[in-house]
Structures are given as structure tokens and as C-alpha cells.
Design a protein around this ligand. Structure first.
Ligand code: FAD
Ligand code: NAD
Length: 467
């Protein structure tokens, strides 16, 4: 397959879940492959400063919380938790080290060359990496995304007073008062970590509800659950400025709709208002590639950009900024580069918020589904699920949205301790075009949280058993 005109068949810029997976798949398909990465370790945002370290802190702090908030005592395990934050951080760092090292091992095993440094286009088939000009028949842009800055609120992760998600993973002490700007996924996950470890957490969210993009029932219930856990929620509120004096920050906040400004003090402010695609310094002008209004690189269904031989995947292109979406696009794109037919079904990409309980969904929200035509909805509370009840996990529900005429499942939404695991079966069912009846008549093991999905599917036709 190797074309002697070029150094490589395919060169990938960025080694996040999009880039590293594309590299491995391309190599598996017999393509001579290299991957450019400017970080010290492979794995991108996800493995270094995103999914993995955040889950390490969420998992550890969940144990602390269960001991501190009486959940364990209810089950006869009485412990007085003592926080050893250094050890908690050490296990986070170890998880990142092992997993990023694992990618380096997989690169070696699959004969993917890692070009260390920042990649910049010279032309559509040539990328400069630290002075080395590397040529490739195909170039895949997988440069990912970075934190969106908030004008007037300057992040300084070293000082640990105003931080972004990377800084919030590494706090050396538990802040007394933490203000989270943005009630999205990062704000709620990392806000939960520090709330569990003892911080008073206030979430300032511009919109009227948390978690934009999720089903409205989930968003409303999320507000109730986080309030019950002790978070203060300031919805419909915007931050207009921030001053830092020593180790304290003072934010000025206003109602989003306009009104009087008030001050809000904090020992730590987390800026988590979204992420933006990384295209700066890539030299897109050298290849005549422009970004859209949101700074993203547009592609067709096969991940081809409008420049011949240049492809793009992951957070840098439109769609949800999720690791598994980037991975699936990496596989499909590599297959397309190799002349196969790689496809990603963007209508069935699950999303999960890894708080306690977890919030998960796949497909259309009820509002989106109703815009397309009449729907039938089945709901089932976790309180009526025997396993959740036995485990002292009363919060949450499952909601199945089906087409009223065909019964085809259009969306599934859940709040449950293990909603992130439960949603996989909904995604698989939808991928196979399942009806709610298909799910309702599938035998689910008892006692499991997943039985709530079966019952919600039964509720679509009004026939759940346990409620
Ligand atoms: P990235 O992972 O951002 O990787 C891009 C890589 O390209 C980076 O390593 C960067 O250094 C490199 N790069 C950029 N430009 C160049 C260049 N010019 N030359 C060389 N290298 C370059 N998603 C989930 O699905 N589940 C989660 O639980 C989850 N948790 C998250 C938690 C946090 C705190 C954050 C910040 C994100 C989280 N995400 C999660 C989102 C997830 O990390 C991203 O969607 C995913 O990493 C995107 O993958 P990617 O390959 O497109 O880009
Ligand atoms: P987000 O888009 O999830 O949430 C940002 C929130 O900030 C929104 O609710 C928005 O309305 C609000 N906001 C925007 N400007 C504001 C302002 N000036 N004042 C107050 N609120 C404001 O973004 P995020 O939480 O930063 O996460 C970034 C990306 O990373 C997301 O796209 C997400 O998909 C991904 N991520 C995923 C996971 C996961 O899958 N579990 C975890 C973390 C991050």
C-alpha cells in the first residue's frame, strides 16, 4: 500500500482518543502511519487532563462521600473518613501514567511512529514538526479542543484561585468556598468532587437549567438532586468580572436577563463554560482550509475536509465533544483512508455525566422527538427498582421515548447510580432499530438496575409491572 512518493500513507496530528485510535486502526489496515503529538505523553485531553483523571477523582471522592454522608453507616459500616488528599492525587496520577504509557506501548506494537512536537501544515501533504518536514499521502487533523476562556476572569492554574478543569483536578487543598462558572458536565463533575471532600460549592449557570443538551426532565431533576446534595445553584445568572486578592477571588454576578450586580466571594473559582476547537498555529491558511463560525473544521460524512487528502475527526469537528465519538470517528476515518467504508451513526452517541447518581442519555430528547412527530413516553422511577432500592439509591428514573406510530425507540434518558453502564444497552437497541416492545420483551437479569430500562419500555404501552 505504501506510496513511495511520501514518507507515510497517513500522518495524524494529535494523539487524543480520535488521533491515537485512528493511528492504530490505520496501522492495522497496513498503512504506514505516524502520529504527531506535542504533549509529553500520548492520549490527548481525555487521558491526560480529562476523562481519566476526572474519573479517578470522582471514584475516590465517592467513597469518601459515602462514608461521610451516612450511606455506609446505613448498611452497618461505620467509619469516620479522614482525607489523605496526597494519596488521592497519587492514584489519579498513577491511572494517567499507566493509561498514557499503554498508548505508547500500543503505538510500538502496531509500528506507529510518534513524531514529538507541534505539527504545522506546509502544504496539504507536508507537515512541519520542529523543523522536520514530514510528507504523507493523507493527513488527519485530530487536534482536539481547549478550555474556552471567559473574558474578565483570568485563569491561573499555578495560583489555584481561578482555575480551569486541569487546575481543578490538581487542587492541593480542599477549598472552603468554591464557585463553579458553568453548570455543564465539567462544572458538575468537578464541583461534585470538591463538594464531597468538604467544599461549599456554588454553581453559577447562565441558562435557566443545568446540563444543556439533555432531556428537560433530566435537567430539572438534576437541579433537585444537586441542591439536595448541598450545592447552591444560581441559575439564570452570569459572571461579569473577577478580582483576585491574595488567595481570594471576588466575582461580580448579574441576572442573565439583566439587573443589579452583586459580589460573590470564593477561595477557588472553576471556569467551565465549554471548550473550543484547537486550530491555532496549525497553518490551515497554508492549505486553504477555513473554519466555520464556531471555529470547527467542517467535513463530509466520510470525514474528508474540502482539501484533497486532508481529513478531520474528534473535538475539532462539529458534534458533541466526547471521547467515544472521537474514537469512533478515528476508526471510521482510518477505514475510509484505506479505501473501506467507515461509518459513524451520529444519531446514536450516548452521553454520560459521571456524578452521583449518573445522568445519561442517547438519541433525541422528548422536545426534539416531538418536533418530528407524535411520540409515546414511558417512565420508571429507580425507587421502584429492587436493586436500586436495596442499595439505598432512591434517586432517578428511566425514560424511553418512542415513535407513536412505529414504536421505534427515539431516545432513552436515565438517572441512576450506574446510568453510564445502563445506557449502553439503549444505544445498542437503537443501533439495531429496536422498538420499545423489543426492549420490553428482552429478558433482563434480576436484580439489576437495567431492569428499569425494561420497565420504562413496558411503560411506553402503559404496562410496567412494578409500579
Ligand atoms: P484531544 O483529546 O483534545 O487530543 C488532541 C491532542 O492533539 C492533544 O493531546 C493536543 O496536545 C494535540 N495537538 C493539538 N494541536 C497539535 C499540533 N498542532 N501538533 C501536535 N499535537 C497537537 N469525554 C467523554 O467522553 N467522557 C468523559 O468522561 C470526559 N471527561 C472529560 C473531563 C474533562 C475534565 C475534560 C476537559 C474533557 C472530558 N471529556 C470527556 C471530553 C474528551 O476529553 C474529549 O472529547 C476528547 O479528548 C476529544 O478527543 P480528540 O482526540 O478529538 O482530542
Ligand atoms: P458544557 O458545554 O457542558 O457546559 C458549559 C456550561 O456553561 C453551559 O451550561 C453553559 O450554559 C454555561 N455557560 C456558558 N457561558 C457562561 C457564562 N458566561 N456564565 C455562566 N455559565 C455559562 O461545557 P463544559 O462543562 O466546560 O465541558 C466541555 C466539554 O467537555 C463538553 O462538550 C463535554 O461534552 C466534554 N466533557 C464531557 C464529559 C463527560 O462526557 N462526562 C466530562 C467533562 C467534559
Amino acid at each position: 500500500m505504501a506510496d513511495q512518493t511520501y514518507d507515510y500513507d497517513v500522518l495524524i496530528i494529535g494523539s487524543g482518543p480520535g488521533g491515537y485510535v485512528a493511528a492504530i486502526r490505520a496501522a492495522q489496515l497496513g498503512l504506514k502511519t505516524a502520529c504527531v503529538e506535542s504533549r509529553e505523553t500520548l492520549g490527548g485531553t481525555c487521558l491526560n487532563v480529562g476523562c481519566i483523571p476526572s474519573k479517578a477523582m470522582l471514584h475516590a471522592s465517592e467513597f469518601f462521600d459515602a462514608a461521610a454522608n451516612g450511606t455506609m453507616a446505613k448498611m452497618g459500616v461505620v467509619v469516620e473518613p479522614k482525607l489523605d488528599l496526597d494519596t488521592m492525587h497519587a492514584q489519579r496520577i498513577d491511572a494517567v501514567k499507566q493509561l498514557t504509557g499503554g498508548i505508547a506501548f500500543l503505538f510500538k506494537k502496531n509500528k506507529v511512529d510518534w513524531k514529538k512536537g507541534r505539527g504545522t501544515f506546509v502544504d496539504a501533504h507536508t507537515v512541519d514538526v520542529g523543523g522536520e518536514k514530514i510528507t504523507a499521502k493523507n493527513v488527519i487533523i485530530a487536534t482536539g479542543s481547549s478550555v474556552t476562556p471567559l473574558p474578565g476572569v483570568e485563569v491561573d492554574n499555578d495560583k489555584q484561585v481561578v482555575v480551569d478543569s486541569t487546575g481543578a483536578l490538581e487542587l492541593r487543598k480542599v477549598p472552603k468556598k468554591m464557585v463553579v462558572i458553568g453548570g455543564g458536565v465539567i462544572g458538575l463533575e468537578l464541583g461534585s468532587v470538591w463538594r464531597r471532600l468538604g467544599a461549599e460549592v456554588t454553581v453559577v449557570e447562565f441558562l435557566d437549567q443545568l446540563l444543556p443538551g439533555m432531556d428537560m426532565d433530566i435537567r430539572k431533576e438534576a437541579a433537585k438532586i444537586f441542591k439536595k446534595q448541598g450545592m447552591t445553584l444560581m441559575l439564570g445568572t452570569k459572571v461579569t468580572g473577577c478580582t483576585v486578592k491574595g488567595d481570594k477571588a471576588t466575582l461580580s454576578i448579574e441576572p442573565a436577563a439583566g439587573g443589579d450586580a452583586t459580589a460573590l466571594e470564593a477561595d477557588c473559582v472553576l471556569v467551565s463554560i465549554g471548550r473550543r476547537p484547537n486550530t491555532e498555529g496549525l497553518g490551515l491558511d497554508k492549505i486553504g482550509l477555513e473554519t466555520n463560525k464556531r471555529g470547527q473544521i467542517e467535513t463530509d460524512h466520510d470525514f474528508r475536509t474540502k482539501v484533497d487528502g486532508v481529513w478531520a475527526i474528534g473535538d475539532v469537528i462539529p458534534g458533541p465533544m466526547l471521547a467515544h465519538k472521537a474514537e469512533d470517528e478515528g476508526i471510521a476515518c482510518a477505514e475510509n483512508v484505506a479505501g473501506q467504508t467507515g461509518i459513524v451513526n451520529h444519531a446514536v452517541i450516548p452521553g454520560v455525566v459521571y456524578t452521583w447518581p449518573e445522568f445519561a442519555g442517547v438519541g433525541l430528547t422528548e422536545d426534539e422527538a416531538k418536533e418530528k412527530g407524535p411520540v409515546r413516553v414511558g417512565k420508571f422511577p429507580m425507587l421502584a427498582n429492587s436493586r436500586a432500592k436495596t442499595n439505598h439509591e432512591p434517586d432517578g428514573f428511566v425514560k424511553v421515548i418512542a415513535d407513536a406510530e412505529t414504536d421505534r425507540v427515539l431516545g432513552v434518558w436515565c438517572i441512576a447510580s450506574v446510568a453510564g453502564t445502563m445506557i449502553a444497552q439503549a444505544a445498542q437497541a437503537m443501533e439495531f432499530g429496536a422498538t420499545s416492545e423489543d426492549i420490553a420483551y428482552t429478558c433482563h437479569a434480576h436484580p439489576t438496575h437495567s431492569e428499569a430500562i425494561k420497565e420504562a419500555a413496558m411503560a411506553v404501552t402503559g404496562k410496567p409491572i412494578h409500579i
